[in-house]
Design a protein around this ligand. Structure first.
Ligand SMILES: Cc1cc2nc3c(=O)[nH]c(=O)nc-3n(C[C@H](O)[C@H](O)[C@H](O)COP(=O)(O)O)c2cc1C
Ligand code: SF4
Ligand code: SF4
Length: 273
């Protein structure tokens, strides 16, 4: 199979998916001595365009897992913003040490439907956007070894490929429902309406949060105001230079505490070939 360009394509609110996708795409591009292009569709402006590929492209395509699936507010763009036109794809999801559940299956199905041919895939545990302790420091060296294995396997598969293979088979069910977050008491918790608060004593008005919100939902005039949808991605919380942003929603905090109590074991990265 003749590939001319490798692409790193991702949504990444707190940077873990970006790290996983760009590390993998870089390794493959370097081994094959091919140019590497990037499409970062995290910010709203990048989702005003659409992106077309060709059958000479290899696309490493990553999203995080939200509630066990592809983030629901991003899914329509994943499904309609990209034309594969026969490009080969390696779908990759990250997850915060609980489970990737059905996100990888949903991403694979979405890319196949958009005209990509999926040839390999992976799910990588990363530090949870909600937490300082859940999978802290991941992806770590062990994860990087698995990423390197996936990259090497993709290169080998490309070298041997004479025709388009059957779509990669991964764990999960693309049509399964979303995971329902549980709280410390084991009961479902609904925090769909939760929005970050701002400690006005700490806020300098720098505007970083407004510039980085993937939903464009933080007012540039008053960064304490969330004017639109909040997907709880934590880009504002993690990137505020003074630590002024935080969530105080009780249901959200109970879910976060449950995750930190019940998901301390190490979830392994998993690759599918
Ligand atoms: C709203 C939301 C929902 C999440 N749901 C899950 C989940 O169901 N399972 C899981 O293991 N991690 C979950 N996570 C953790 C993310 O998948 C993880 O932090 C991911 O690496 C973040 O990627 P990013 O840094 O590229 O934004 C969730 C994170 C957020 C913000
Ligand atoms: S990033 Fe933090 S300090 Fe800057 S405007 Fe937003 S809340 Fe204020
Ligand atoms: S306001 Fe919500 S959607 Fe916007 S960056 Fe913060 S957590 Fe993410």
């Amino acid at each position: 199979m003749e590939i001319k360009t490798v692409y790193a394509v991702y949504f990444s609110a707190t940077g873990r998916t970006r790290k996983v996708v760009t590390t993998l795409a870089n390794a493959i591009a370097q081994t094959l001595e091919l140019p590497l292009e990037t499409v970062d569709f995290t910010l709203p402006a990048a989702r005003e365009e659409t992106y077309a590929f060709t059958d000479k492209d290899l696309v490493i395509f990553g999203t995080p897992t939200y509630a066990g699936k592809v983030p629901n507010k991003l899914l329509p763009f994943v499904q309609t913003g990209f034309a594969g036109n026969g490009a080969l794809a390696v779908p990759v999801v990250t997850f915060g040490n609980r489970s990737f559940d059905n996100s990888l299956a949903e991403l694979c199905a979405s890319l196949e439907n958009a005209g990509f041919h999926t040839i390999a895939a992976g799910a990588f545990a990363c530090q949870h956007a909600f937490s300082d302790t859940l999978a802290a420091g991941r992806p770590d060296r062990e994860d990087m070894t698995v990423l390197a294995q996936l990259g090497a396997a993709v290169v080998t598969k490309l070298g041997k490929m004479t025709e388009i293979p059957a779509p990669v088979q991964v764990d999960g069910d693309a049509d399964a429902p979303y995971y329902r977050p549980l709280g410390l008491d084991g009961e479902p918790k609904n925090f769909l309406k939760a929005k970050p608060q701002t400690d006005r004593r700490k806020c300098t008005g720098c505007g970083v949060c407004a510039a980085l919100c993937p939903m464009g939902s933080i007012s540039r005039e008053d960064p304490a105001e969330v004017t639109g949808v909040c997907i709880k991605c934590h880009a504002c919380v993690r990137n505020c230079p003074t630590g002024a942003k935080y969530f105080d929603d009780e249901a959200f905090l109970s879910h976060k505490a449950m995750l930190e109590r019940d998901y301390t074991r190490r979830a392994d990265a998993k690759i599918f070939l």
